[in-house]
Design a binder for this molecule. Structure first.
Ligand SMILES: [Zn+2]
Length: 135
């Protein structure tokens, strides 16, 4: 008997993604190289990805702040097999709820540690926006 541990295939899907008001602003800004978060002016919580309504007080959020500087590697994982392995991580920023997911480049799995500083690099390509994390 042969054990099958995976197979390759594809499914054609036709769909339209709607990002919503906060998501559209976030995507338009990030495509220009700026990471924007939304901040509740009542309870001072800052959200990334941005929210239109505060999850704590439920008030509408209309303040945007640019996320600057390095974040920290909160979590990471490896995908793929053989030579097609890739590393992905979740980076969080001080004082901000949530975070940003991107591909970790220039490092091996053994180099990664939770909480290590991460620099985010945004690149536009034919495939869309790519988020690279440099540790
Ligand atoms: Zn609030």
């Amino acid at each position: 008997m042969t054990n099958i541990d995976h197979w390759s295939s594809s499914i054609d899907l036709d769909y339209r993604y709607t990002a919503g008001v906060a998501g559209e602003t976030f995507l338009r800004k990030i495509a220009k190289g700026r990471i924007m978060a939304s901040r509740c002016s009542y309870c001072r919580l800052t959200y990334l990805p941005p929210r239109l309504y505060c999850e704590k007080c439920l008030r509408k959020i209309d303040t945007w702040v640019q996320v600057r500087g390095k974040g920290e590697l909160y979590s990471y994982t490896m995908t793929g097999r053989g030579k097609k392995k890739s590393l992905y991580g979740l980076v969080k920023f001080a004082g901000i709820e949530g975070g940003l997911v991107g591909r970790i480049v220039g490092s091996d799995l053994a180099d990664l540690k939770f909480g290590m500083p991460v620099r985010v690099d945004l690149k536009n390509s034919e495939k869309g926006l790519l988020v690279y994390l440099h540790v």
